[in-house]
Design a protein around this ligand. Structure first.
Ligand code: NDP
Ligand code: 2IT
Length: 444
């Protein structure tokens, strides 16, 4: 049996209750098969793949918190420190009721390759909790964050592990987490990114994932003789990534006609009004029904459905496995020419395959959404320098990094005779860097 198949089989056996992790590992190992086959003896000798698919460590802890009525709740907290071959563990924290070890292992695994693609010195990690911030008061969120950090602070540090936001964790949560770390340690260090601008945050970090997704898309389209000008786009999600993806897409001349949240979706034929979306989601923390209420031409639909809208390009920016085979078929039938992942692993494996086989340009999240973590690394740099860069400087670097990633993954795919297969290109380029660093550092 080939080395890849052996390791895949063992991963499936050992992680049977964690389908998302198995899915992420399958995608990566399948697409680096050509590289592994060419170096089989060298890799086997140091059990490279076995070490690559096993997190360095997983920390799990109890997070008790008291709600506004005085009732005590207990949540589970995690930090998966996946791989620090090329830098300190780096990756977000997710607060969502679906969070369990398998989700965070898949995210930490993906993060390792994504962070390698940024060219910056950051390893892969992810954490979070099954806490649901929806409907909680600011004080409840604050008490939860304080309790979460009271355990987490023992395991992180500016040169050890630097968490940030993800689903359910934005500026508000990062602020509370940072405040508690400071109290517990009496230090003032860049131990989180996505901080507020008055206490060490970087300009453009808030916008970075969405903007970066579009910078990356522009370059991929350019390589394929296409452009966003006057293109109709479908975006899913209505959070951090989706909002700034919509903003940048419209700035670049496209019309974005959809967005969605966990209860329903919007079709707005006039193009999404980003300022209204921000008001509804960032300020009021309300449902998209409130967006509809202020846009007479827009439609609100319950449940799933953004991928049924005719579009030139699609940007899944909500959550994992939100774009399934049936959605891929509808997109292709409607003439969609490109799918660019803003979320982490939003497309199922069979949907990805279908899109690629039908000539749809497709870039995986670990390449196209790397702008967030890349800008987090720029925040770490600014914190180390004790300086703040201008928005122009950060944005210029972000653009360079995201354009560079597009070129890197295109080049890696070419090198292995898989021109245009950006999934293979991203996995190969990320893997090559991590593998080289792991081998150079000996067996650990
Ligand atoms: P947010 O919490 O800001 O927004 C998430 C959005 O997706 C919300 O609109 C939410 O709905 C919706 N959503 C979440 N879970 C589900 C679900 N199970 N079903 C349907 N809709 C859902 O998160 P982000 O925008 O930060 O993250 C979105 C994706 O991007 C995630 O996959 C994340 O891992 C990834 N990502 C984030 C980065 C970042 O910098 N923030 C960087 C790179 C990737 P509702 O409004 O109802 O809560
Ligand atoms: O998935 C991701 O890359 C993020 N949630 C951002 C991580 C970070 O450290 O900025």
């Amino acid at each position: 049996m080939s080395y890849v198949d052996e390791v895949l089989e063992s991963v499936k056996k050992k992680n049977a209750g964690e389908p998302e992790f198995i899915q992420a590992v399958t995608e990566v190992l399948e697409s680096i098969r050509v590289v592994v086959d060419a170096h089989e003896e060298e890799y086997r000798k140091v059990a490279l793949l076995e070490r690559l698919v096993e997190p360095d460590r997983i920390i799990t802890f109890r997070v008790p918190w008291t709600d506004d009525k005085g009732e005590v709740h207990v949540q589970r907290g995690y930090r998966v420190q996946f791989n620090n071959a090329i830098g300190p563990y780096k990756g977000g924290l997710r607060f969502h009721p679906s969070v369990y070890q398998g989700i965070l292992k898949f995210l930490g695994f993906e993060q390792t390759f994504k962070n390698a693609l940024t060219t910056l010195p950051i390893g892969g990690g992810k954490g979070g909790s099954d806490f649901d911030p929806h409907g909680k008061s600011d004080n409840e969120v604050m008490r939860f964050c304080q309790s979460f950090m009271t355990e987490l602070y023992k395991y992180i540090g500016a040169d050890v592990d630097v968490p940030a936001g993800d689903i359910g964790v934005g500026g508000r949560e990062v602020g509370y987490l940072f405040g508690q770390y400071k109290r517990l340690t009496n230090t003032y260090e860049g131990i989180l990114t996505g901080k507020g601008l008055t206490f060490g945050g970087s300009l453009i970090r808030t916008q970075a994932t969405g903007y970066g997704l579009l910078y990356h898309t522009v370059e991929i389209l350019k390589l394929n003789g296409q452009s966003l000008k006057d293109a109709v786009c479908a975006v899913s999600g209505a959070g951090n990534v989706a909002t700034y993806a919509i903003e940048k897409a419209q700035e670049l001349g496209a019309k974005v006609v959809t967005c969605s949240d966990s209860t329903g979706w919007i079709y707005d034929p006039d193009g999404i009004d980003v300022e209204l979306l921000k008001e509804v989601k960032e300020v009021r923390r309300a449902r998209l029904t409130e967006y509809k209420a202020e846009r007479p031409n827009a439609e609100y639909h319950e449940g799933k459905g953004v991928w049924t809208v005719k579009c030139d390009y699609a940007f899944p920016c909500a959550t994992q496995n939100e774009l399934e085979l049936e959605d891929a078929k509808t997109l292709v039938a409607n003439g969609c020419k490109g799918v660019f992942e803003g979320a982490n692993m939003p497309t199922t494996l069979d949907a990805t395959k279908y899109l690629q086989e039908n000539g749809v340009l497709f870039t995986p999240g670990k390449a196209s959404n790397a702008g967030g973590v890349a800008t987090s690394a720029l925040e770490m740099t600014q914190n180390s320098e004790r300086l703040s860069w201008s928005a122009e400087e950060v944005d210029t670097r972000l653009k360079m990094i995201m354009t560079g990633i597009a070129d890197t993954i295109a080049e890696a795919a070419d090198r292995y005779g898989m021109t245009g297969n950006y999934v293979a290109g991203a996995n190969i380029a990320g893997f090559e860097k991590v593998a080289e660093a792991m081998i150079a550092q000996g067996v650990y």
